[in-house]
Design a protein around this ligand. Structure first.
Ligand code: ZN
Ligand code: ZN
Length: 50
């Protein structure tokens, strides 16, 4: 039985406790919970293009 809500949407790591991103509504581990750490689509306005 696999529970996808317990896996990080970025690195697919199994988490004891996940963080939900309020921008993309996905779950991430503690290392990827920040929008800038998982290439969040909701962060496009903040990061300036090259
Ligand atoms: Zn992760
Ligand atoms: Zn996000």
């Amino acid at each position: 039985m696999v529970n996808d809500s317990k896996r990080c949407a970025y690195c697919n790591k199994l988490m004891a406790f996940g963080f939900r991103c309020s921008h993309c509504n996905k779950r991430f581990c503690v290392r990827h919970r920040l929008p800038e750490k998982h290439e969040c689509p909701g962060l496009q306005d903040v990061t300036s293009p090259i």
